[in-house]
Every structure is written in C-alpha cells, then in structure tokens.
Design a protein around this ligand. Structure first.
Ligand code: GLN
Length: 254
C-alpha cells in the first residue's frame, strides 16, 4: 500500500514543530509497511482531485496566511473542498485551521477569506494565547499540545469542536472549546508537534486515508511507549503552568 500526503504550504506555514506531524505520519506508516510519498503543495502550485490521500497544513504568521488565503480562492480551493467532501482526511493546525473557517480577520490588513469548511470564524484578539494545552475529546480521548495564537476562533451552530479545554485557552479562551471537526478534517490550535504525542490522532488520519483505497482492516498496533511518555511529560508541564480546570461539557456529545 502507498499513501500520498499533501503538505500544504510546507515552506511558508510550518511553525512550532509542525513538520513533526508529517514525520510522525510517515514513520507510523513505515513501521506498518505502508509506503508514503510526501508532496509539498505551495502557493501557485497545482492541486488536482485525487492527488493525495491525506493533507497536512501547518501554522504560520499572518503575512504567510495572506498568500495562502488568496492562493486557495478559486479552483484550487474548490478542489480541496471536494477532497474533504469525499472523505480525504486533513489535519490543519492554527493558521491553516483558521483559513479552513469562513474568514480570519488579523490585527492589520485585509480580512482573509477562508474556505468555509468549518462553520467557524477567527478574529485577532489583543493578547496572544500561549502555553501548553490539555484537551478532552470524546472521540480521541486526552490530547496535548502547545498553542501560540492571537486569533480567537468562534464556532457556528453546525460546527463540532474537537474537544473541551482542560488546561489552556483553545479556540478563544472563553468558551473552552478547542478545534473543529468536519467529516475527516480536523482543525486545531495544538502545535507541538501534535501527532507524536497523540498517536491515536495520527492513526485516525492514516486509517481514513487507507479507507479511500478500500482498506478496512484495523491498523496493526505499534509500541507507543515513547509517545505515552512524551504525552505524560506534556501533561505534567501543562499542569505545572496552571491549575487543571474541569468543566461540564458545553456541547452535546455527538
Ligand atoms: N497568525 C495566526 C494567529 O496569530 C496563526 C498563528 C499560528 O499559526 N501559530 O492567530
């Protein structure tokens, strides 16, 4: 089996260790005997239907987001939308996540159009939300990561959050939601990189990509002791930075 990962804006939107997500996906496939081809898809580069089995889109500064936002207006964005609708898995982190919503309004400059995949919108706030994050997701369990964003993302009525923040700010530092889910697309503020410390999420993305090729078998389990230790260390750091907040779930379980 061979998977093709489309790495969107790899050279311009790749901060706070985000490239580690691609490395984790490649490694977790390699250990299962699944070949992986990684295709960098930058500004002005083509995106054809069926070209990739999984997309990754990392975070970036406002100025890099401007180029990406306008690059995805028109046919290229419509292809990405079509891929998501047919079930291609996507992991979009922070700046990438913001541009899969309706719009991102930075501090300065024009409001950036998003693809509207997620029923969500983002407005830059007056403070940066920085620190370790612990999230409770009823689909993926406990997730840990690192956030650094001024954008505050708010979810619309049809949006499903990825989870509830236990420690940290999450989408906006107000409603305790973190991230967003639509079909097999996941948007999140969790840098870190996210996947090496949350292997269940990596395997979800890989399994979705394999299903596109008719592979329904469960993935062969891997020895995730190192991932477990890294996850525990991240949780300990998050707890050390601020007390754990346990709140009732603010949204109905799916
Ligand atoms: N520029 C966006 C913000 O500050 C995204 C930053 C990021 O990708 N970490 O909210």
């Amino acid at each position: 089996m061979r998977l093709r990962i489309g790495w969107l804006y790899a050279r311009t939107m790749n901060i706070y260790g985000d490239r580690g997500n691609v490395l984790a996906l490649v490694e977790r496939c390699r250990r299962r005997g699944i070949e992986v081809e990684v295709r960098e898809i930058g500004v002005g580069e083509p995106l054809e239907p069926g070209c990739c089995d999984l997309f990754f889109w990392g975070g970036g500064q406002d100025r890099e987001q401007i180029a990406a936002a306008f690059d995805l207006q028109g046919a290229k964005g419509e292809v990405l939308r079509g891929e998501i609708e047919r079930g291609v898995p996507v992991l979009a982190v922070c700046g990438g996540y913001q541009l899969l919503g309706h719009f991102y309004r930075p501090h300065d400059g024009p409001e950036l159009p998003g693809l509207g995949i997620f029923d969500a919108w983002t407005v830059a706030g007056s403070r940066r939300m920085i620190g370790n994050v612990v999230v409770e997701s009823h689909e993926f369990g406990e997730l840990v990561g690192f956030e650094n964003h001024s954008g505050r993302t708010f979810l619309g009525p049809t949006a499903q959050p990825l989870g509830v923040v236990r420690i940290g700010y999450g989408n906006n530092g107000e409603d305790r939601t973190e991230g967003c889910r639509y079909r097999n697309a996941i948007g999140t503020y969790l840098h870190g990189p996210l996947l090496p410390k949350n292997p269940q999420l990596a395997d979800f993305l890989i399994a979705c990509a394999l299903r596109l090729h008719g592979w329904e078998e469960p993935l062969v389990p891997l020895d995730d002791e190192l991932a477990r230790l890294a996850h525990a260390e991240a949780v300990a750091r998050a707890r050390a930075q601020r007390r754990t907040v346990v709140l009732p779930l603010p949204f109905k379980r799916r």
